[in-house]
Design a protein around this ligand. Structure first.
Ligand code: PEP
Ligand code: MN
Length: 270
């Protein structure tokens, strides 16, 4: 960890708290929910309303999608951002959306409350430098084959450019296991807490890729001390254009949130 300067936890043990709307990330529990990608106005607005009712305090949705195949749905781009803007107006939920290209950072930042740098771009150093030049919070996902030190070095790039507002997001790493899409590395949560002052949230959706595992791993993440969760929810998963096999229905998300909030309260009483 000796190349790290700005991301390390120092002797004061002071932790970064990032204000997003009325949520203090790092202090309040964050629940970011919404579809994998913005598809239509109806899909986004209905899903946004439902996740808000279930207790989510931020809305996610990709307008630029990093797809494995160039022939898969790539996202709606600007049109998608305008739909997210409308969803924010209607629900009051801050928007979390991914930026793929350094050339898009400044104008995507006009629509996003948090810009996501996805797992595939964790070590895109041009993108990291560009998001470091703005002050909007950055959600930096862990690369699928990245060690803690490599991940923190990427956060360091953003901080070194002048943007201190970085939230880390564990989204599973590649192992020999194929039953799950990725392997959720929950030990990274307390590992980040003992080495860095940055907040860390967990994405149980991409890390498991399996609907049946999202609820237990969300609860396990809360028990491990996560600052929040990011979960994909679609009002009609069967019709989703992206990641439909792992999208929760609003109903199952709602019952999960009841358990998450109960467990969170219990954890705080310990
Ligand atoms: C996403 O959150 O939409 C996404 C593409 O995730 P990841 O970068 O973790 O694969
Ligand atoms: Mn997805």
């Amino acid at each position: 960890m000796n190349t790290l300067k700005l991301t390390m936890l120092d002797a004061t043990k002071k932790r970064t708290i990032i204000q997003v709307g009325n949520v203090k990330v790092g202090e309040d529990f964050v629940v970011i929910a919404g579809p994998c990608s913005v598809e239509t106005e109806e899909q986004t607005l209905i899903t946004a309303q439902k996740v808000k009712e279930a207790g989510a305090n931020m809305l996610r949705g990709g307008a630029f999608k990093p797809r494995t195949s160039p022939y898969s749905f790539q996202g709606l781009g600007l049109k998608g951002l305008k739909i997210l803007e409308k969803a924010k107006k209607e629900t009051g939920l801050p928007i979390v959306t991914e930026v793929l290209d350094p050339r898009d950072v400044s104008w995507v930042a006009e629509y996003a409350d948090i810009l996501q740098v996805g797992a595939r771009n964790m070590q895109n150093f041009s993108l990291l430098k560009e998001v470091g030049k703005i002050q909007k919070p950055i959600l930096l996902k862990r690369g699928m084959d990245s060690k803690l030190q490599e991940w923190l070095n990427c956060a360091e790039y953003i901080l070194a450019e002048g943007n201190p507002n970085v939230i880390l997001c564990e989204r599973g790493i590649r192992t020999f296991e194929t039953y799950t899409r990725n392997t959720l590395d929950l030990s990274i949560v307390p590992s980040v807490k003992e080495t860095s002052h940055l907040p860390i949230i967990v994405d149980p959706t991409h890390s498991t890729g399996k609907l049946s595992l999202i609820a237990p791993m969300s609860l396990a993440a809360v028990a491990a001390g996560t600052d929040g969760l990011m979960i994909e929810v679609h009002y009609n998963p069967k019709e989703a254009l992206c990641d439909k096999e792992q999208a929760m229905t609003p109903e199952s998300f709602n019952s999960l949130m009841t358990k998450v909030f109960k467990l969170k309260t219990f954890m705080e009483s310990l």
